[in-house]
Design a protein around this ligand. Structure first.
Ligand SMILES: Cc1ncc(COP(=O)(O)O)c(C=O)c1O
Length: 472
């Protein structure tokens, strides 16, 4: 029996637990470092000494040390032995979650101090390539020609210039069937979803079917509106909406499932619209990155199949920047008035940004920007695939045909360790587990969801190298 403690040159209670000795020892040591019980720089005993103290094979200790060196918790150098790596014990980097607002005059929070060197979390485009010059030119043109009345309390649906520009763009580029009268401008997709939650509740709705994998903050918004979210099955064809029965609505990412990456299967697109027609249910189409498809034409909007049953939601968060907080909903005519009243009967989005985006679209700058961003992200995607083939050939990357992120399946049970190692290396990453609905029936899958859009160009190669280093 191993002793529950060992003399490491520091007083340390070490209690290897778990199925195997190596795993148990690795976990116990990692935990000791993570919690700060083993301080950075602490020299660990030789594998021979620790093995003797614990009454276990020396190889077991050597292997546990090697695992932790690979994960970045320990360093091993000829002559100075094995030491706890320098730096603060890592805590996972978060993007979605509650905001940290330190009271003024206080020291920055630990989360603020602990910024990642590289950010490969999905969700944000490359902000460094925001088309600032073109945007400013569009703003100047738009504001110069805007009537004085544009500066007053406007149409609660949003500026007519933007709704007109969007109606033309969405019909041309995404196959949406609409006109400016049925578009509502909102402050991000999240705002639009909140408004729809209110509208659904006012109709007595109780349940919204969602995908097994998605964004928990979006599900939380529906819950906050008083609705229950019910995950749909997920199989080898992707999300399965054929099981829909008496749910009141369904929230889907049909062009590019978030985060798994495949479009909704053709037969299932038809099935979901059939369900909506049969039951009176509402389909909420989250078209968050429909512009970014690399190997062929983007998948058209589901709304084109039935504008009376599908609400199409688009956003500038991926194509331009999330900080703009500009998004749009294309609504069935019968829901417009209720959505406007859920919005408080007033326009809540700044007129300058609305006019600028309208001008940006109508002048052709939006198309030019999307085309050049598509090229940049495709190059990054190709570099990711090439690097993985060279450095981690057993990782079979999926979800690469579109969007700004890819899914890297991991050996079962390793996601947490890989994320910890990534954090230690200053690499912000999300595991697939974060995106899994707690009531999902499908077997949990270990994987990384790698957002390759976020790093600026100059940091991309470094981010890719850091990623390859932490893969098992
Ligand atoms: C699946 C999905 N939908 C929508 C959005 C856009 O949300 P918003 O417009 O609120 O920034 C995102 C952004 O991360 C997303 O990942």
């Amino acid at each position: 029996m191993p002793k529950p403690w060992a003399t490491l040159g520091v007083d340390l209670h070490l209690e290897p637990t778990g199925p195997g000795l190596r795993r148990g020892l690795t976990d116990a040591l990692r935990e000791a470092v993570r919690t700060g019980r083993l301080a950075p720089g602490t020299r660990l005993p030789s594998s021979r000494t620790l093995a003797t103290d614990l009454g276990i094979a020396r190889n077991t200790v050597a292997e546990a040390y090697a695992d932790l060196v690979a994960e970045g918790w320990l360093t091993a150098r000829q002559g100075s032995g094995t030491r706890v790596a320098m730096g603060a014990p890592p805590t996972p980097f978060r993007r979605w979650g509650s905001a940290v607002v330190p009271p003024s005059g206080t020291a920055p929070s630990r989360r603020e101090r602990h910024r990642p060197t590289y950010d490969l979390r999905p969700g944000t485009p490359d902000l460094a390539s925001f088309p600032r010059t073109e945007w400013l030119k569009a703003a100047r043109r738009a504001f110069t020609s805007a009537p004085n009345e544009a500066l007053g309390y406007g149409d609660p649906r949003g500026r007519i210039e933007l709704r007109t520009a969007l109606a033309a763009y969405l019909s041309r580029a995404r196959g949406v069937r609409t006109d400016p009268e049925h578009i509502l401008i909102c402050a991000g997709f999240a705002h639009g979803l909140t408004l729809l939650g209110t509208v659904l509740r006012a109709h007595g709705a109780r349940t919204v079917a969602v995908e097994s994998y998605g964004l928990p903050p979006h599900w939380n918004l529906l819950t906050a509106a008083g609705l229950r979210t019910q995950p749909l099955p997920y199989d080898e064809l992707g999300t399965d909406p054929t099981v829909l029965t008496d749910e009141d609505a369904v929230l889907l990412t049909p062009a590019h499932q978030f985060p798994m990456g495949a479009p909704l299967h053709r037969d299932r697109r038809a099935a979901v619209v059939d369900w909506a027609r049969r039951t009176g249910g509402l389909v909420l189409e989250d078209d968050y990155d429909g512009e970014f498809r690399y190997d062929r034409q983007p998948v058209g909007a589901l709304q084109g199949l039935d504008p009376d049953r599908v609400v199409h939601l688009g956003t500038a968060s991926k194509s331009l920047a999330p900080g703009l907080r500009l998004a749009w909903m294309v609504l069935p005519p019968r829901l417009m008035e209720e959505a406007v009243s859920a919005k408080g009967g007033m326009d809540t989005c700044g007129v300058m940004d609305q006019l600028t985006l309208a001008e940006f679209i109508t002048s052709g700058a939006y198309d030019r920007h999307v085309r050049s961003a598509r090229l940049r992200y495709r190059r990054r995607r190709d570099a990711l695939v090439t690097a993985l083939a060279a450095h981690a050939p057993e990782v079979h990357v999926t979800g690469i045909a579109a969007g700004l992120h890819a899914v890297l399946p991991l050996p079962s049970g390793t996601e947490r360790t890989v994320l910890q190692a990534a954090t230690w290396q200053g690499l912000a990453l999300h595991g697939l587990t974060f995106f899994r609905h707690t009531a999902a029936l499908a077997e949990p899958l270990d994987a990384l969801v790698v957002g390759y859009g976020t790093p600026p160009d100059h940091a991309w190669a470094g981010a890719l190298e850091a990623l390859c280093r932490v893969l098992p």
